[in-house]
Design a protein around this ligand. Structure first.
Ligand SMILES: *[C@@H]1O[C@H](CO)[C@@H](O)[C@H](O)[C@H]1NC(C)=O
Ligand SMILES: [Zn+2]
Length: 339
């Protein structure tokens, strides 16, 4: 295989709209969420997105990954992850004050866009932007390696997967492990994977778990909620992603042994992301939008919500974040090899 230059890689990533759960994972999360939105939330979301199609959330699920590669959207690259400075596989934990830098992170961004999507003073375009960010970021936060600083979220861990010798662990989790499971990455593939996972939530192995996925979701305290989600996924870095450390992942092809071990967790996290996203949007709707629709615009309420939007702690950028930014083009995302 030839070795593409860094700039070519950034170009390829932009073309594929890839990074974070790949397009397949994000669209699947969106389809799952669509299934659990209330009728009122669905009508609101369709209106905000000006999309009445049957893929209204799936169509925008990877928008944020394209936006981060543009000059205008470069600022949002750190919003896709939080660099937990823990020590897997021995110790896993997320600490918002320690891990969220002054440039922001997934937790501060989820808090910001949760507030913004319900802010009646924003333009239609800014409201749509906030919703598109939420649809994407509630997916990213369930991918364990988006909640980990080690080796730039696993981007620097060179591995072999399914015969591809120039893979890295992060892109395998984002994209190639899910695609191996589903056999494609189209919207139709996402929809069929979503259908399977919805059945597991409604009447299968996830049925007894689903309520615990949203137990800590409180739209009036988005930082605490998103920290709980990040902590949940970060714990999997120690228990599932690299329980025996990094070197153990570099001893041979990750397919089939490692793949078989982790695929149940990949599916669990996608299901969780979709179910949580629906619950979060339903809660935003009932706590803020429905109220406004009923009572009319309340200036006092809106400014109280704006004041409640927290700023990330003024930390210096972490080493991993600087390394990500050094990849070029301002794309803090993973570097995908061609498959
Ligand atoms: C909130 O989102 C807006 C719009 O994308 C952005 O300009 C602002 O910097 C964000 N604030 C925080 C604290 O993330
Ligand atoms: Zn992302």
């Amino acid at each position: 295989m030839y070795t593409p230059t860094a700039s070519l890689l950034v170009g390829l990533a932009a073309l594929k709209g890839a990074s974070a759960w790949g397009t397949l994972g994000h669209a699947t999360i969106a389809y799952i969420a669509q299934n659990y939105l209330t009728d009122a939330t669905e009508a609101w979301a369709k209106k905000v997105l000006s999309d009445t199609s049957t893929s209204y959330l799936a169509n925008v699920a990877s928008w944020a990954d394209t936006y981060r590669t543009t000059a205008a959207g470069k600022f949002s690259a750190p919003y896709h992850y939080i660099d937990a400075n823990d020590s897997p596989p021995t110790t896993c934990n997320v600490n918002y004050a320690r891990d969220c830098t002054s440039s922001g992170c997934s937790i501060s961004a989820i808090s910001n866009y949760t507030q913004r999507v319900a802010d009646a003073r924003l333009s239609a375009a800014n409201t749509a932007e906030a919703l598109k960010f939420l649809v994407h970021l509630l997916g990213d936060i369930t991918q364990p390696l988006h909640d980990e600083a080690l080796d730039t979220g696993g981007n620097d861990i060179k591995v072999t997967f399914d015969g591809y010798t120039s893979d890295n662990l992060h892109s395998d989790w984002d994209t190639y492990i899910p695609q191996k499971k589903v056999g494609g990455s189209s919207l139709a593939d996402a929809q069929s994977w979503a259908t399977t996972l919805i059945a597991s939530i409604d009447s299968g192995s996830y049925k007894s778990l689903a309520s615990s996925w949203v137990a800590k979701s409180n739209v009036n305290d988005a930082v605490t909620s998103a920290t709980a989600w990040a902590t949940d996924a970060n714990a999997l870095v120690c228990s599932v992603v690299m329980p025996d450390g990094v070197a153990a992942l570099q001893k041979g092809d990750l397919y089939p042994t490692y793949y078989n071990k982790v695929i149940p967790t990949v599916e669990l996290q996608i299901a969780k992301g979709g179910y949580r996203l629906a619950d979060w949007l339903n809660k935003i709707y009932s706590a803020n939008i429905a109220k406004r629709d009923l009572e009319g615009y309340s200036e006092e309420l809106v400014s109280r919500m704006a004041e409640a939007a927290p700023l990330p702690p003024a930390n210096r950028p972490s080493k991993a974040q600087l390394a990500r930014e050094a990849y070029g083009g301002g794309c803090g995302c993973d570097r995908h090899e061609k498959h």
